[in-house]
Design a protein around this ligand. Structure first.
Ligand code: SF4
Length: 503
């Protein structure tokens, strides 16, 4: 094999869409190009051995915030063992500030930005000359109509066992300064008829779990409706073999026509990821995030009350201008709206994002190593930020996991942030750990903490016992969860959704 396209995915279930785009656009070189994906956490020497087994002349690596350290080690070892293999890098993590990165120093070439056109061209030059003069190549951004769609490169194995990532558009018109998509300035749609034809093919091949990577699915409502209609037709035609679709949406833009479509999705078939990030208008203004908070809250409430969509809502702690009280009040406001999951993220400094303009005025201190998490700000000191990091982890274990659906009401009572922070501090004091806490032990600890809060043992054990019964519900409901259970254990998301829906 002449060219390998490789990356380290965060989980097995996450098939790389970017690599499949490159493969689809290799043109005359496609027959001598192959994908070889890995999952983070493997031994570097094993990966080097596997990559070299097919004697490639070029290896292209997709580099992301979650794999930069391991890919750097991988490239370093490859260059020692097989210096003749040409290494080409691409991906968001190396597209900005490349001069500061060890992996770029080790590699032969780098394609920044979009690789669909530039990567195949560079490979042709490496193989057939004239040899490229520059190390860094700015990726050409062609009209989307000139990009070959990648979906035939999902294998039968991918379709059977992994989430199928798709995109109806690229880019984002908004400018939230913590987000790489803010640099796009606009969004570009793929030709909808072609895209829907690809979805049709995927469905015919057995794909049931579709995750849209579009940054804002509900930007163009006409397109959103047609895509939703596609899924509704599949759900109607195959009620015993349902599809599941995940979309990222902006919360303050849900016109009635879209609501009508959303209402028709049965339980377990639709998930929305909704970015709130902060409910504080001053913070939103500082990071250039445009959001009508009241409209957003009203729409989340409408979705909870009138649809079966599973809602996963994002908040970010550590934004410039946000102190603990302001974050807590946003968190409490969001809990009151009742989304199924709150993704409590800690701000990260993604390379290239304009958030760094606030570094001095707000004393933002970021970890120097990936994922460049914020360590302190002028309003949240390091010790408090550590407490928030643990809060986020325990929130995932207790609330988002769906393992404590009934118990959560007792934990949060009438002061969700304050009480969960108290539980979080208590759990850490008693375990000195945020990982590897077995479920039974966690349940016992939660019961113990509830007792310290004056909750009667009978009430606590009834709630925890009820949640224990809830764990087996996805299997008991049989076919309704067929699509969700098709994904292996390392894709926890649809299983968690099934638990929330079963509650
Ligand atoms: S956070 Fe969302 S809305 Fe804002 S720039 Fe990024 S993708 Fe666009």
């Amino acid at each position: 094999m002449t060219i390998l396209l490789s990356t380290l995915n965060a989980r097995y279930a996450h098939a790389s869409l970017g690599l499949r785009y490159l493969l689809a656009n290799m043109g005359a070189l496609q027959a001598q190009t192959r994908l070889q994906e890995f999952v983070i956490g493997a031994k570097t020497a094993d990966l080097v051995e596997k990559l070299l087994a097919s004697k490639p002349r070029i290896i292209g690596f997709g580099v992301y915030i979650w794999n930069i350290d391991e890919t750097t080690r991988l490239v370093s070892m490859l260059k020692r063992v097989a210096p003749e293999v040409v290494i080409v890098l691409g991906g968001p993590e190396v597209s900005y500030e490349p001069e500061q990165q060890e992996i770029v120093r080790l590699a032969d070439y780098l394609v920044t930005g979009w690789g669909d056109v530039t990567f195949p061209k560079l490979c042709a030059q490496i193989l057939h000359g004239p040899q490229p003069l520059m190390k860094i190549h700015a990726g050409v951004q062609p009209p989307l109509a000139e990009i070959a769609l990648p979906y035939t490169h999902y294998s039968a194995q991918d379709i059977a066992h992994r989430l199928i990532y798709v995109e109806a558009s690229r880019g984002c018109p908004f400018k939230c300064e913590f987000c790489l998509s803010s640099l796009d300035k606009t969004a570009w749609p793929f030709a909808l008829d072609d895209f829907l034809a690809e979805l049709e093919q995927l469905h015919a091949r057995g794909a049931r779990l579709f995750k849209f990577v579009d940054r804002t699915f509900n930007l163009n409502i006409k397109s959103s409706l047609r895509i939703m209609q596609f899924f509704l037709e599949k759900l109607a035609a195959h009620p015993d073999d349902p599809v599941y679709a995940h979309f990222e949406v902006v919360p303050d833009h849900l016109p009635d026509a879209l609501k009508e479509g959303i209402k028709q999705f049965p339980p377990g078939s639709l998930q929305f990821e909704i970015g709130i990030q902060s409910f504080n208008p001053q913070v939103q203004a500082l990071v250039s995030r445009r959001q009508d908070n009241d409209k957003a809250a009203e729409n989340i409430r409408w979705l909870i009350e009138h649809s079966h969509a599973h809602l996963h809502v994002d908040l970010i702690a550590g934004l410039p201008g946000e102190d603990l009280a302001s974050f807590a009040s946003g968190f409490d406001r969001l809990v009151a709206l009742g989304p199924h999951e709150i993704q409590f993220g800690i701000l990260k400094r993604l390379r290239g994002t304009p958030i760094i303009r606030h570094t001095e005025p707000f004393k933002l201190v970021f970890d120097a190593h990936a994922p460049y998490t914020i360590l302190a700000t002028d309003r949240i000191d390091f010790a408090t930020m550590q407490r928030l990091v643990r809060f986020a982890r325990y929130w995932d274990l207790v609330a988002n996991s769906g393992r404590f659906v009934h118990t959560l009401a007792l934990i949060l009572a009438d002061a969700p942030f304050a009480r969960f922070m108290a539980l979080s501090d208590w759990l850490y004091a008693h375990t000195d750990a945020t990982h590897r806490i077995a479920l039974e032990r966690l349940a016992a600890l939660v019961a113990q903490w509830l007792a310290t809060q004056g909750i009667a043992a009978a009430a606590a054990s009834a709630a925890i016992g009820g949640d224990g019964a809830g764990q087996s519900l996805p299997q008991q409901h049989g076919r309704r969860h067929t699509a969700a259970s098709a994904v292996k254990a390392d894709s926890a998301l649809p299983r968690r959704q099934a638990r929330h829906l079963a509650a």
